[in-house]
Ligand binder design. Structure first.
Ligand code: SAM
Length: 274
């Protein structure tokens, strides 16, 4: 009685792990986003298994049936067309449904386009935010981008080739043409490529070259705002603290002015009130 999330290759079939192969072979049935795509993978792995379809437009009905079967004692392996199930593809709802029904859900680690792209983007990876696909609805897209205007973390977007040019334009309008972007395409495939440039350069490049293949866009975050200069009140408190330890006013002012980058004479004038 278990749901396994089984990641599948995002291009290179050798990326299927031994554990994924065994889980698919041992599951009672496989829930797949597109049964034809999964059948090709199963044929490659020489695995024969009953498939049920679970995708965006049947997920409510299909999800209920899957949960009933698992509760009756079966084990289900969930796969999407490529990559990690539940990351920008159906699966999220099934995981929630199973969790609510007391079913154990476990995920096998494996290919995910977002993380693969981030790791080779050459942009900061310490803090990042996954934004998935931008909506095709103009208002929702604008609101989404607007919410990211001051984002300082590296941002990850998914995009399809036919929408890339418009998306680059919108990204450039939001973040400015100087902002760095790494366009990672066809990851793990023969024509894998990473273009690292500014948004302005990316727009110019794709004005001349037609986008091809699947893309992950990694965008540099906004520069962290300069630290606020220390206030005179803060400086005077620091001077007072040093004087309390026995330092003369003159020495305390000298030290605090140096530490906080404030003009010594002005701080001394202010410190006369102490
Ligand atoms: N769940 C998947 C994962 O873990 O990466 C993502 C599914 S989402 C529906 C598909 C999107 O992932 C594509 O439109 C593209 O943005 C990205 N993607 C998938 N495979 C890719 C690849 N080989 N190279 C670049 N991007 C890829």
């Amino acid at each position: 009685m278990m749901l396994y999330l089984v990641p599948t290759p995002i291009g290179n079939l050798s990326d299927i792990s031994e554990r994924c192969r065994r889980t698919l072979a041992e599951a009672d049935f496989i829930a797949a986003e597109d049964t034809r795509v999964t059948l090709r993978l199963l044929n490659h792995l020489d695995i024969k298994k009953p498939l049920v379809s679970y995708y965006e437009h049947n997920k409510t009905q299909s999800g209920k049936k899957i949960v009933e079967r698992i509760l009756a004692g079966e084990t289900c392996a969930l796969v999407s067309d490529a990559g990690s199930p539940a990351i920008s593809d159906p699966g999220e709802d099934l995981v929630r449904l199973c969790a609510e029904s007391g079913i154990t859900v476990t995920a096998i680690p494996g290919p995910c386009a977002a993380i693969t792209a981030l790791s080779i983007s050459a942009l900061p990876t310490g803090r990042f935010t996954f934004e998935g696909f931008l909506s095709i609805n103009k208002k929702a897209r604008r609101a989404h981008l607007e919410s990211l205007k001051n984002e300082v973390r590296t941002m990850i977007f998914y995009e399809a080739p036919h929408k890339l040019t418009d998306t680059l334009k919108n990204l450039s309008e939001t973040f400015g043409p100087e902002r760095r972007i790494s366009l990672c395409r066809e990851l793990t495939k023969l024509h894998e490529e990473v273009l690292r440039m500014s948004l302005g350069e990316a727009m110019a490049y794709y004005g001349e070259n037609a986008p091809r293949g699947e893309y992950v866009l990694i965008i540099e975050g906004a520069s962290v705002a300069e630290e606020e200069p220390a206030s005179v009140d803060d400086a005077l408190s620091a001077v007072q603290e040093l004087m309390d330890t026995g330092l003369s006013k003159k020495d305390a002012v000298k030290q605090v002015a140096l530490q906080l980058g404030l003009p010594k004479n002005e701080l001394y004038q202010a410190a006369l009130q102490i």
